[in-house]
Design a protein around this ligand. Sequence first.
Ligand code: FAD
Length: 389
Amino acid sequence: MMNILETLDSRITLNDEERMLLHSVRQMARERIAPRAEHVDRTAEFPWENVKAINALGLNAMFVPEPYGGAPMSYTAYLACAREISQACAATGIIWATNYHGMKPLIDWGTEEQKLRLLPRIAEGGLGALAITEPGAGSDATGMRTSFREAGDEIVINGGKTFITNGDVADLYLLFGKWEGIAGAKESISVLVLEKGTPGLSVVRLEDKMGTRASSTATLAFDGCRVPRANLLGNPGDGLKILFASLNKSRPSVAAHALGIARGAFEDSIAYINERKQSGRKILEFQGIQFMVADLASELALVESWLWQVASWVDAGADDFGIEASLLKLRATDLAMRVTTDAVQLLGGYGYCKDFRVERLMRDAKITQIWEGTNQVHRQLIGRSFLRR
Ligand SMILES: Cc1cc2nc3c(=O)[nH]c(=O)nc-3n(C[C@H](O)[C@H](O)[C@H](O)COP(=O)(O)OP(=O)(O)OC[C@H]3O[C@@H](n4cnc5c(N)ncnc54)[C@H](O)[C@@H]3O)c2cc1C
């Protein structure tokens, strides 16, 4: 018999082709990605084998339009795959999702020429990166200092970025900076595509992190990098508009990542407390534990439902869903931290040790409250939306 969360999964709106793909992704994630998750967490090795397994299923193609080498599916299907891969290995989940986060703005805002030239590389399995954060510009991206200077048919880039997921391995970077000659911290923000191997682009440092350890997080330097003017997205100064529109679509993706981690922790703890006995009874037979499980299951059911709700609005063509996406990112990531922390508690002393993966999941969950807008920033965005002007 299915439990309530499995029943909800069976009701996700997918067509037959998407359901079959999700089935293959689940099988690949459980058989090939999950068994390597402990090793890549311990060693922090970039999981190239997992990237190969993802590309063997052609998964990047699901978010690239057909004329550029893709085989597009719904946003709901993309989120379901992101959740599945993240449940098997949170680091691999974020590596794949970052391809989407970085390249979706190119799909939405790029010219035909840019898309024909750049997107087939991604559709074939190339890696993308989204480069916004700088040492002095975290929650407030308008403080960024990376500069774009026009030089004939080229743009010259100087500056640097920090904490860039896939930063050392990406084929294409969606890079934000400020256009020299435009005044104003917001007005000057512009965005372009930087290609791997561009002279002057270097990796200065890789972070040694608490969780998602196999996903690389790079500090990048740009020392007079020259890119063709043809790689600029939109016009000079369009950056902030493009940034906000793209974050609306990457935030549900980050929520799906967090909910994958949460589901992994929930399922592991349910399996454990059905087996483990104390005082002659299964741990799940104690009422105090049933109350904990009920709280976690109801939160999961509600937040997952909101994920599919937001996804259905996106699939129906909505483009103004910033607060809906903020609510989702906030609740899904707080929930991932809560479920993983409670999962460690439910496994007792064994939960605290590395033999069980809930220990890793708790470390993996923490970042979800920090990136794609910290949860303080999301609370502020949501609260501010009620201000009467
Ligand atoms: C593993 C990892 C991967 C990442 N990947 C990427 C990536 O691919 N691309 C990219 O561009 N960036 C990436 N980031 C950066 C990430 O998005 C930032 O770390 C995040 O935006 C927060 O910025 P900060 O770290 O500078 O913190 P700060 O902005 O300095 O915040 C410090 C604290 O102050 C709080 N705070 C800040 N402003 C406010 C406010 N107005 N009100 C209330 N509280 C506030 C924050 O919530 C936080 O608790 C990544 C970071 C990590 C750690």
